[in-house]
Design a protein around this ligand. Structure first.
Ligand code: PMP
Length: 391
């Protein structure tokens, strides 16, 4: 008899299905769920960006692009780095051979290439916990070992937490701010600590800044402009990943970019033809236009939603580290209920509220993730249910 299961590799078996997918499956069984589990903006792609992609298709830009991405988009990303990160100039300390850029198929594509290019069996990768689910699995797929660094209760990474987990086998730190799932923004001081720790231990710092535009706690840069704090301001020893998915509501278009030391980007570029080939051609043309679009009104609307969530959760008695960015909050299940987060989420689902239990993103199962990337009516309905559940 043909047994298809016989063909599944140990590598695939080593990865468990995303807990978020299980919540989506549950959602499909509910008639009118209040869905606070969605990890993407509720606004549509700006019209100018759509028009640029449609024009690209109509003008025949439907073929493979250069694997590193179209020159015009690469050049825009290069300009952004020159403007925001002057310490990354080719003359700087560790970047004496210069930095390079690569247009990727989303930040996911950049993560996959970076991890495949840089770590393998015997290597350890530090992952602050709670973490974006993909990190653990990509590191495992690469044959390396994820080592979690507990950051509860305030989710600001400290030198002591990192020093306790580093070993001679540590090769990389996966850093993410603003964070999925906590929404916490690393302070400028935390970014400095993280950069110094990686320099001290000669680790590659991978900074996933996909939510950088959704930041309500900006700090002044060298040029006086307020931006989201980033370890890239303090080190040129790092690989920076940013994307278009969240900022412009274009998660389905699959576009992001990587920037960092040339030797690393070259290896990632070498792997791209054997995996993603190139980022979608029309999405690259859309992305080029997106870089001219001001999204501050959308970000401001999300700040108001963040304020609503923090106020109403506090009124209901939830413990919450104030999220300074992204579009998530990560409250604690009230102790008095005596429930794990998984049990608490089961109760929420019984009330038609979809949220994600903390153990999907963490070794702990004490908190849950709410996404507030939805309209205010849905958000208020969800917060009503949470208020009832806390009683
Ligand atoms: N990093 C983080 C922290 C994310 O939350 C996501 C999307 N959920 C990604 C990377 C991947 O985004 P994309 O591949 O759409 O750019």
């Amino acid at each position: 008899m043909f047994d298809a299961n016989r063909f599944i590799s140990a590598r695939a078996r080593g990865v468990d299905a995303s807990g978020i997918r299980r919540v989506f499956d549950l959602a499909a069984t509910l008639a009118d769920p209040v869905n606070l589990s969605i990890g993407q903006p509720d606004f549509d792609v700006p019209q100018a960006v759509k028009d640029a992609a449609i024009a690209a298709i109509n003008s025949g830009m439907n073929r493979y692009t250069q694997t590193q991405g179209i020159a015009a988009l690469q050049s825009r990303v290069g300009d952004l780095i020159t403007r925001e990160l002057p310490n990354w100039s080719p003359a700087s300390k560790t970047n004496e051979n210069g930095f390079a850029t690569l247009i990727t198929s989303g930040v996911s594509g950049g993560l996959m290439l970076a991890i495949m290019a840089c770590v393998g069996p015997g290597d350890e990768v530090l992952i602050p916990d709670p973490y974006f689910v993909m990190y653990k699995h990509l590191v495992t797929l690469a044959g390396a070992t994820p080592v979690f660094v507990d950051t509860y209760p305030d989710f600001q990474l400290t030198a002591a937490q990192l020093e306790a987990r580093v070993t001679p086998r540590t090769r990389m730190l996966l850093f993410n701010s603003p964070s999925n799932p906590t929404g916490v923004v690393a302070t400028q001081a935390t970014c400095q600590v993280v950069a110094a720790f990686c320099d001290k231990h000669n680790l590659l710092l991978l900074s996933d800044e996909i939510y950088d535009e959704f930041c309500f706690e900006k700090s002044p840069c060298h040029d006086g402009v307020n931006r989201c704090p980033s370890p890239a301001r303090f080190s040129d020893h790092l690989l920076l990943l940013r994307g278009f998915s969240k900022t412009y509501g274009m998660t389905g278009w699959r576009l992001g970019w990587a920037a960092g030391p040339k030797a690393i980007i070259e290896q990632m570029t070498k792997l791209q033809p054997y995996s993603f080939v190139c980022a979608p051609s029309m999405a690259q043309m859309g992305g080029l236009e997106a870089m001219n679009v001001d999204m501050s009104a959308q970000v401001e609307a999300y700040r108001l939603k963040r304020d609503l969530v923090t106020r109403r959760l506090a009124e209901a008695g939830y413990e919450l580290t104030t999220p300074g960015g992204a579009f998530y909050a990560f409250p604690k299940v009230p102790q008095k209920l005596g429930l794990t987060a998984t049990q608490f989420v089961e109760r929420a689902v019984a009330q038609s509220l979809l949220i994600i239990p903390g153990n999907v993103f963490s070794s702990r199962d004490t908190h849950f993730r709410i996404s507030y990337a939805c309209d205010d009516a849905t958000l208020n309905r969800g917060l009503d249910i949470l208020a009832t559940l806390a009683k």
